[in-house]
Ligand binder design. Structure first.
Ligand SMILES: *Cc1c(COP(=O)(O)O)cnc(C)c1O
Length: 453
């Protein structure tokens, strides 16, 4: 949409008057003024003053193929004219819906052959949450209803999503978590590993799952959910001992393993899915974000044969008006076609991922940087007050916000979670753009170190 200049110059005031933003303190936001993003091209976005930013966050972890892809706009336009909407409720489907399901499972493991469509990652969470309970009920184990998540995990913002996530500041609002949801620790070695090696710590936190299942009773637990790499929690890459132990425990205690692939899916880790990177197969896997590169809202749950066999044997009383929306499906199909034809997942694995890792970890020589983790094009950079002792700043949130704002001033969009800087750029980002990201970040860190030390 081309907004007339007269309207644009007044947009901040209109926004302050009428628009409540997600996850925002509106009083503070309106005092500071909102940033208006008007245009995108490749890895860059432009605000209403024409200022250019490198978007090292791919929107919100999602614009994997970059901005400004005409192919998607054209395909969406054609589908809008042919059939803008039809539902999948009463024994019907549309061609793009069905073809998208086929295209998604082609990239999943041999035991994943079904998809249930949603419009977002949060809805995908609500979907698998119900599906897991229904699965056990159909198998004659109706007491297996509890679900275990992790502290500092993120699974969306609906009631089930916020409950399963382990964000304290979300639980504090709206009387969450709901009943039947429990949490164990996270594999965040830098902050919580103490004197253990990362490998020892990985095993220790994985075994919290075993202890929690035994405390609740195996007959009462339906599933465990985790992101292969915690995203919103700070791009926390688990020690390599972690996932094999989780896999072992879920199998030994007969509970479903749910991998939240909303960020890790569709190439971000250099594999099609994060669980493939770590070498395990989940029973259920919610997806969204990179599925359509954010061009239109679409998500889903990948369902393994184990669960599909049970769920498809009788009624599953669940669905959304827009489950399998044909226009969103077309956008996703085109997005997957681009990922495939341009070999972007392979590019992340073999070329830009390793380049990013090298550039990212070059910041480790900075006095303020204690750890630089990355997998594919997902990076978490740990800031520290004293990197020798892993002592952190007194007000971690302030440090992150300070550095992030400095980067934005310099034309680089990054995110901060507490005292970790997060990057998740489009999969098409160039080597030169990665260099710009790292050098801009270094300049911001230099300034922060002077200011905050
Ligand atoms: C973003 C996210 C979600 C929620 O997806 P929405 O589309 O915002 O509802 C769920 N899980 C993870 C891991 C996410 O990063």
């Amino acid at each position: 949409m081309t907004t007339p200049n007269a309207v644009l110059s007044n947009l901040g005031a209109i926004d302050a008057a009428h628009h409540i933003h997600p996850f925002s303190d509106m009083k503070k936001l309106n005092a500071a003024g909102t940033r208006i993003i008007q245009r995108g091209e490749g890895s860059h976005i432009f605000d209403n003053h024409g200022k250019k930013y490198l978007d090292a966050f791919a929107g919100l972890w999602c614009v994997n193929i970059g901005y400004g892809r005409r192919e998607i706009a054209d395909a969406v336009f054609a589908q809008m004219n042919e059939l803008p909407y039809y539902n999948c409720f009463f024994g019907t489907t549309t061609p793009p819906t069905t073809l998208l399901a086929e295209k998604i499972v082609a990239h999943a493991g041999p035991n994943i052959n079904h998809v249930f469509f949603t419009n977002s990652g949060s809805e995908a969470t609500d979907t698998w949450f119900r599906m897991a309970r229904v699965y056990w009920a159909h198998l004659g184990k109706p007491t297996k209803t509890m679900v275990i998540g992790r502290r500092n995990g993120y699974h969306g913002s609906t009631v089930a999503g916020a409950s399963l996530g382990g964000m304290k500041y979300m639980h504090e609002q709206g009387a969450l978590p709901i009943e039947g949801i429990h949490h164990i620790g996270q594999p965040y070695w830098y902050a919580e590993g103490g004197d253990l090696t990362p490998a020892e710590f990985g095993l220790k936190v994985a075994r919290e799952l075993e202890a929690k299942i035994d405390e609740l009773g195996e007959d009462n637990v339906a599933a465990f959910v985790a992101e292969p790499i915690q995203g919103a929690g700070g791009v926390i890459v688990p020690p390599e001992t972690y996932w094999p132990e989780i896999k072992r425990i879920c199998a030994a205690r007969n509970i479903l393993l749910v991998a939240d692939e909303v960020i890790c899916g569709f190439g971000r880790t250099g594999s099609w899915f994060g669980h493939q990177h770590f070498g395990f197969e989940p029973d259920l896997a919610p997806v969204a974000k990179g599925l359509s590169s954010g061009y239109l809202p679409v998500g889903g749950v990948l369902v393994s044969d184990r669960v599909a066999k049970v769920i498809t044997s009788t009624d599953f009383n669940h669905g959304y008006t827009y489950s399998g929306h044909p226009v969103c499906a077309v956008a996703a199909i085109e997005n997957l076609r681009i990922l495939e034809e341009e070999k972007l997942v392979e590019r992340v694995r073999d070329d830009i991922g390793p380049y990013f890792a090298k550039s990212w970890s070059s910041l480790l020589d900075h006095d303020m940087i204690g750890e630089a983790q990355s997998v594919g094009l997902m990076g978490g950079l740990q800031m520290a007050f004293d990197k020798k002792t892993r002592q952190r700043f007194e007000k971690p949130d302030d440090v992150g916000t300070w550095v992030r704002n400095k980067c934005i001033e310099a034309g680089l969009i990054m995110r901060a979670t507490g005292d970790r800087m997060l990057a998740s750029p489009p999969l098409i980002i160039t080597h030169e753009e990665v260099d710009f990201m790292t050098s801009t970040l270094r300049t911001a860190l230099d300034a922060a170190w002077k200011e905050l030390k």
